[in-house]
Design a protein around this ligand. Sequence first.
Ligand SMILES: [Zn+2]
Length: 439
Amino acid sequence: MAATEFQQTVGKVAGFTGTALHTGEKVTLRLHPAPVDHGIKFKRKDLQDEPTIDAKIENLKTVERATTIGEGSVRVHTVEHVLAALSAMGVDNAIVEMDANEPPIGDGSAQPYIDLIKKAGVTAQEEPRKFFDVREPMHVESKTGALLVLLPDDKFRISCTQAGPNNQFTQFLSLEVTPSIFELEIAPARTFVYYEDVESLMDKNLIKGGSLENAIVVRGETVLSKEPLRFSDEFVRHKILDIIGDLALVGRRIRGHVVAVKPGHAVNAELARALAREQTRRSAMSAPRAIPIGDSGLDTGEVMKILPHRYPFLMVDRVIGFEGENKITAIKSITINEPFFQGHFPGHPVMPGVMQVEAMAQVASILLFKLTKTSSRVGYFMSADEVKFRKPVFPGDTIFIHSELTRARGNRMAKTKCYCVVNDAVVSEGELMFTFLDK
Ligand SMILES: [Zn+2]
């Protein structure tokens, strides 16, 4: 068995100022240390309340040209290069504070972020790292011919084939991703764009900060750049850089071998999503089936002391356990005697989706109750976002309800990500928002 690896954060605050690619404005980016299990979060210092956005695949918004994440109406664009640098250099927890909606583009590579991380230093923390171990091959592909295959491996490895239009500039590179290999072989590789693509963007004024100083422009057979190519196969190296950045959104270190053919942000993000789904499935599977009571969980009586709901509206049988301050898992067994089955539907009983949302809300309320540690304030279910019903729930099913606090604003509001899982498959999910009021 491999030695335990510990989580890491940056040693101190460090920052630099540069130009944002899309707006062309000045932006200052600062890295701050963060506690264990915090992950990477972006902070918009230029907005009121300085909102943060979790660098998680659930927050992915768009993948056109660059990777954009967001929560609510707040966005951060072009996160992949800074995420690649943090991930490859072994930084698990950090706040990336910016006073604009985009990091400085620098020279179009991850080099400025390597310099920044070295300035800040990297320090080990108390908790072991979380890994995603690839157990069996997975793959995603796109209609445009992009293909990503993920194979089991005890290291994080990427083998990438890059090809331009008409298979020009076909390049292949295979390497293990370690801090030193990343710094030497990948970080200096710059963004490249095809002239035909940027021509229209320049017309639309979408890349105000763009110039030959922060990207290589390929026009037919010709390579235009201010500085000569840094590697003869610089393009495939930058593709590997983007894969590392996009897969960082999984939030765990990957032990596996990525085999990529003509990758792009869309297909990278799709693989990240598949990994996150698989991780949810595994977490649900590893939830203890022997149901403990006492310290680790709450029995029905204890649940009823917290929740005001009663039959037929109490949708939580037991809390199986809490994981830290922010996560809870509870169960609800669904029987044919649930009153809603009488009308939903006669002869074909299916649990209504809204009752699953209600179950998520009740479980999240228990988590928030524990968090506020007071019974004088009560959390009100305010809104549900991104609700998806994936599979029907039938009588006889046991639902494992997972809820995680993803955001809390003081004592005023909280956001949770919830999943209902039956037989190791996600049957429904949603983002639930709560507001706190005095009783
Ligand atoms: Zn890139």
